[in-house]
Design a protein around this ligand. Structure first.
Ligand SMILES: [Zn+2]
Length: 256
C-alpha cells in the first residue's frame, strides 16, 4: 500500500491495486473564513496551498468521505469532482447531502462493503469528549472512520475526526490494523478543548498496537489546528516512538 499526504485530512491510499482519495478539500490557500467559535477563528483556511495539481489528486477509483464538515469535503471539491465518481459515505444523511450537490454514484458504508475485493468496514468515532458533545453534539455531528482489508495488503485503519475513546480502542482491538492513520492536529474549541486527537494519542495508539505503523495527518492546514508537525515530531522523539509514528509533509508518500 502507498500512502500520500495531500493536505489536511486529504490523503490518497493506493491499496490492492486500487486508489482511494479520502476527505477531499480542494480550495486554494485562504479560501474560507475561520471556523466560528474555534481556535484562531480570525485566520482564513486552508492555511497552505495544495502540493500537487487537482487532476492528479482526482485520478482515483473512489473517494471516501468520513463526514461532511467543510474541512473534509469543501465547495471546491463539490465543483471539481466528476459527478459520476464513486463516493463512499457514512450514512443516509450524508448521502442525501452529497446527492443534492449533483453526485450520482454514492454508496453508504454499511458494514459489509466490498469494493474490487477490498473489504471496507465503517468504524465509530466521537468528534470531541463527552463533555464537549453535551454542549455541541449538533454542530460536531456524527463522524466515522474505516478499515481496509485485503488478502495481499496490511490491514489499514483510518480513525477520522475522533478523540481517543473506546470506539478507537474497539476498532484497534477488533481489526488489529498494521497501519493506523490518526487525525492528530489537535483542533481546539477555546474553553472546551480538543475535538480530534493530539500528540498524546499517537503514544496511546502505539501502546495498544505496538507493531503498527502510525501515520499522523490532519495537521496544520486549518485555523483551529493547535499541534504543529515540529511539536509532534519532538514528542515522538522524546517518547522513542520515531520508528513507529510517521508525520508526513504535504505531498510526501510512503510505501508500507
Ligand atoms: Zn476535521
Amino acid at each position: 500500500m502507498k500512502f500520500t499526504q495531500i493536505r489536511n485530512a486529504t490523503v490518497k491510499l493506493q491499496y490492492a491495486k486500487k486508489s482511494f482519495l479520502i476527505d477531499p478539500v480542494l480550495a486554494h490557500k485562504n479560501a474560507y473564513a475561520g471556523f466560528k467559535g474555534t481556535l484562531n477563528e480570525h485566520i482564513n483556511w486552508p492555511t497552505v496551498d495544495l502540493p500537487c495539481d487537482i487532476d492528479s489528486i482526482l485520478d482515483v477509483d473512489a473517494i471516501i468521505i468520513t463526514h461532511t464538515h467543510p474541512d473534509h469535503i469543501d465547495d471546491a471539491a463539490f465543483k471539481l469532482i466528476p459527478k459520476n465518481m464513486l463516493l463512499f459515505v457514512q450514512n443516509e444523511q450524508d448521502k442525501v447531502f452529497i446527492k443534492e450537490k449533483g453526485f450520482t454514484n454514492i454508496r453508504i458504508l454499511d458494514g459489509n462493503t466490498i469494493f474490487e475485493g477490498i473489504n471496507i468496514s465503517i468504524t465509530k468515532g466521537q468528534h470531541g469528549s463527552d463533555e464537549i458533545m453535551e454542549v455541541l453534539s449538533q454542530r460536531l455531528g456524527v463522524v466515522s472512520g474505516f478499515v481496509l482489508q485485503h488478502k495481499d495488503e496490511k490491514t489499514l485503519y483510518l480513525a477520522g475526526d475522533t478523540v481517543w475513546n473506546s470506539d478507537v480502542e474497539d476498532a484497534i482491538n477488533t481489526y488489529k490494523p498494521e497501519i493506523i492513520i490518526l487525525n492528530a492536529g489537535d483542533a481546539q474549541i477555546p474553553k472546551l478543548g480538543s475535538i480530534i486527537m493530539g500528540k498524546k494519542d499517537t503514544l496511546k495508539a502505539h501502546k495498544l498496537a505496538p507493531n503498527a505503523t502510525i501515520i499522523a495527518t490532519h495537521l496544520e492546514a486549518v485555523n483551529h489546528a493547535a499541534l504543529s508537525r515540529i511539536e509532534l515530531r519532538k514528542y515522538i522523539k522524546q517518547n522513542n516512538i520515531e520508528k513507529y509514528v510517521l508525520v508526513p509533509e504535504d505531498g510526501e508518500s510512503f510505501k508500507i
